[in-house]
Every structure is written in C-alpha cells, then in structure tokens.
Design a protein around this ligand. Structure first.
Ligand code: C2O
Ligand code: CU
Length: 504
C-alpha cells in the first residue's frame, strides 16, 4: 500500500508540465489524501465479464446503483444498467429499424443517455439537454441510419459525465447491416466476436473508486469490461475484437504481446474499404475499432496478451505523464497513475479449440465507401483549442461551455471542412455529434490508413492541426443543439464543449 502524499513541490511540477492544471487549487492541497491499494484478490486472472445482449426494436435500460467486489473487504460502489454491477447490456440494432429506448433513471442524481456516434435528431441524441430526472423514464425513438459498426451509450449530463462514467455507467451498441452481413466475418457474440471495453480506475483505501475530478484522471488498474486482470478463451481461428476506449482520459497504444500483425476492419462509423494490417493502433477515449486477430496457427492452450504499449509516448499523449515516484518517494501522484508511461496488459487471451464453421481467413476487401472530398465542401470553419492555463479548463475559441451559447450554426446539407487547431498545452480527443466525418489531413504527417474511414472522434496531438469533412444532413435543430467536445470527460465537464445548430 502506498499513500499518495501531495507536497508543494509536486504541485509545482504539475503546473510546469501543463498537465492537471485544475489540481492547483488551495482546497485541493488540504483535502484528504487518497490511498492506492495493491490488488489483494486471487492471484492470476478473472474471467472476462461479457455484457448480456438486448436486441429487437424496443430496448429498456434502467440505470441503478450497484456494487462490485473488486477487493477484499468492502465492495466497490458502482453504477450499471439493467442490474449489471458495472457497465450495461450490449444493444444489437439493425440499420433501417425504427427503435424505441426507454431509459429509466433510478439514481438520486439526474442523468442523460447519449447514443454515441448515431446520426439522429438532436432531441433524441441524449446530450446534456435531454435530462432524465431521478425516477423518470426518457423514451427517444428514431430510425437507425448508421452503418454496421460498434457504437456506445453513456451519460452526458454537463458536469456529471466524468463522475457517472467513472462509476461504470455505459454500454455498447452493435449495428448490423446487409453489407456487413454479406462478408465472411466472425459474428458470434462472445465466441469469436468479443466486445472489449477498456477503462482503468484508482481505488481508495475504502475500496471505492476515486472520483475527484480535480485529482483523478487516470486509474491505477485496468478494468476490461469492468473485470480486473481479465482473461478469456478464444477459439483457434480468426476472431473479431470490438475495442472501445472508455477511459476518462488515457490514450491506448494497442498491440499484441508477440507483436503479431492484426487487421483493423472498422472505424467509429463503419467498415473500412479493406482491412488495414498493423501491429499498433492508437485509440483515444470514445474511439472504437474492430480488429481481426488470426489465432488459427496457435496451439490450443497457448496464450497471448492484448497490451497497451504506453511507455515512451511523447508529452501530450494522455497517460504519458511519467514520474512514477513522487518527490517524497511514495508511489502514485496527481494526474499520473501506476499505469502511466508503462506497457501494461489489458486482456489475457487463451487459445481454445476451434468452433464449427470457423472463419479462417481475413477478407481482402470489405465495403465501397464514398467519402467526402474537398471538391464537395460548401463551407469551411476553424476551431481552435484554448484554455488549460492554471485554474482554467480547456475550451474552444476562448469560450467555455454554456447551455445558452451556440458556437456554430450550420446549413442543412452543407459539406463542411473543419480545421481543428491544437497549439495548446496537451493532446485531446475531438468528438462531433450528429455526423460521421472523414479525416483528410494532419499537420504532423499522413492520416494513418487505420483511421481513414468514417470517424466521430479523433486524436488531436499537442502542436498539431487536423482537417475533417462532414455532411450535416437529414436533421435540423428545433429546440436543442448538437454538441462537439473533447472526449476526455474531465475536460468536457470543465468546459471543453460547444454547441452547433443545423438550420434550413
Ligand atoms: Cu461519447 Cu458527446 O459523447
Ligand atoms: Cu481534452
């Protein structure tokens, strides 16, 4: 057990590096120091929790308090949907279906439920405006227009997103469509098609999740589908992993422990034109990729680890912050964690027997996407990241989030070019509601082939600019605007969010 102590020296270091600037407040310096506990459970691994599935066209979700036994002694207080002790069921929807979701909030706090990545009317979006009061049920209904891929739902109440996500509220959504169904891809949920949600937590000595936004942006222990030291057996064939970075702030530089190549087949909003073979994929909070891993040549009983190769990233990569020992010699520190600047396993993958009718090869092509090009652009705008000085949150164009501020007004059917500029103090993950966009350029080099598809969230490293193209179609704004924001939920809650309307 190592007690986190905060010395003035440490605060100075934090302030100088430009990270965790919000920690530099007087009340913070006198608050009770949290304690990091080492895991005391059974040595070895825990079975990966597989979220249950809901399908059809009516989905009932109930958000409730729960508990999960992570440590000996007190259970950890958590939130879950539909009785889960952390996270919630996976919703499986078909493109073209009209669906209704009934979201019941049994918390004593308000919440919202956002359908991340969905192209839907702003009133159905579940952003900060569609508040679900304690005891109330919210019932949005919409047609599923997105391509087959992996999406997710999560709370989005302004200034509560960080806390409610930290407690475990969230869930995956899988959209299926005929183009995806026509491909020879693994799609047996939980067998050769495994959802993997990555989020780390810090445990206080009380066994509770640390959730002081001014202190804890990075967890010390990775929870994969809410499971610490997770292990799953996968069949000896090509398997599909649906990856979601559901961290508060940490980026993940994902690879396999034997460095074998794997194939990225989707981005946030659909299949790529063809699989992209890589040994690493960088994912920021909010981003999803589906990958194919070939286990067909592995021996039954063999194992490998899905890793985050986070050591040695450059400054501005969230989770890079080093300094594993505090100036007073104790481990653990503000805006860093036991996982920061290290390579760490996120899932032990054991190889089991192949299934009947196993997929044994990766398709050479997937779908034919028609992306927007600069020739389609009808309007351009620039968004500049600002703020983040000591005592102030990050912001866009000098403006912190306000419910009554509309930052951008967009004409219906415009194809817009957004140039997002980050000559600021840290990296960010930029997310736009309503649309799936195409990244057409980055100032720091070519757009990686594995992020060349439909995106709703992208990494904007420190000192770089990226240009994305999106078409704003089908929905105009009547009452509530759409959001754009940093998907680090601490940055979002502290004001790094803006609103846009779409008008005829
Ligand atoms: Cu995943 Cu506006 O959020
Ligand atoms: Cu940010």
């Amino acid at each position: 057990m190592a007690i986190i102590r905060r010395s003035f020296t440490w605060f100075t270091v934090v302030a100088l590096t430009g990270v965790g600037l919000f920690a530099c407040t007087a009340d913070e310096a006198t608050s009770t120091a949290p304690v990091i506990t080492e895991p005391t459970g059974t040595p070895g691994y825990n079975a990966l929790w597989l979220p249950p599935v809901l399908s059809g066209t009516t989905f009932n979700l109930t958000l409730a308090k729960s508990t999960k036994q992570y440590r000996t002694g007190a259970a950890t207080n958590t939130y879950g949907y539909n009785g889960s002790s952390f996270w919630g069921p996976t919703l499986i929807m078909n493109k073209g279906d009209s669906v209704t979701l009934n979201v019941t909030n049994t918390l004593t706090d308000q919440t919202t439920t956002h359908w991340h990545g969905f192209h839907i009317a702003p009133e159905m979006d579940g952003g900060p405006h569609q508040v679900v009061a304690p005891g109330a049920t919210w019932s949005p209904t919409f047609r599923v227009r997105n391509n087959a891929a992996t999406y997710w739902y999560h709370p989005h109440l302004h200034e509560k997103t960080y806390e409610q996500l930290t407690m475990g509220a969230g869930g995956l959504i899988i959209i299926r469509d005929p183009a995806e169904a026509a491909l020879a891809l693994p799609r047996s949920y939980g067998v050769d098609d495994i959802p993997l949600v990555f989020s780390s937590r810090r445990f206080l000595s009380s066994n509770q999740f640390a959730k002081d936004i001014k202190v804890t942006t990075y967890g010390d222990y990775m929870l994969t589908n809410g499971t610490e030291k997770a292990m799953v057996t996968m069949p000896k064939q090509v398997v599909r992993l649906r990856l979601l970075n559901a961290e508060i702030e940490r980026g993940l530089n994902i690879g396999l422990s034997d460095n074998r190549p794997f194939s990225v087949i989707t981005n946030d909003g659909g299949l790529l034109d063809a699989p992209v073979v890589v040994t690493r994929v960088v994912m920021m909070p909010g981003e999803r990729v589906e990958i194919l891993v070939d286990l067909s040549k592995d021996a039954v009983g063999a194992s490998l680890d899905l890793m985050a190769y986070n050591a040695g990233q450059s400054f501005g990569f969230p989770g890079q912050e080093g300094n594993p020992v505090q100036p007073d010699g104790t481990a653990g520190r503000i805006n860093s964690s036991l996982l920061n600047n290290t390579d760490f396993p996120m899932l032990r993958m054991a190889v089991g027997a192949a299934t009947a009718s196993a997929i044994t090869s990766v398709p050479s092509t997937l779908v034919a996407n028609r992306y927007w090009t600069t020739a389609d652009v009808t309007n351009s705008r620039t968004v500049t990241i600002t703020g983040g000085q000591p005592g102030s949150g990050f912001s866009f164009d000098g403006k912190s989030f306000s419910h009554t501020l509309i930052n951008h007004t967009i004409k219906l059917n415009a194809v817009e070019k957004w140039t997002v500029v980050n000559n600021n103090v840290f990296g960010h993950a930029i997310h736009l509601h309503d649309v799936q966009f195409k990244i057409i350029s980055r100032s720091n080099g070519p757009v990686a082939p594995y992020e060349s598809g439909w995106k709703d969230t992208f990494y904007l490293p420190l000192g770089t600019t990226a240009v994305v193209l999106a078409k704003f179609e089908d929905f105009t704004t009547t009452a509530n605007a759409y959001m754009f924001h940093c998907h680090f939920s601490n940055h979002e809650d502290e004001g790094m969010m803006g609103q846009f309307t779409v008008v005829p």
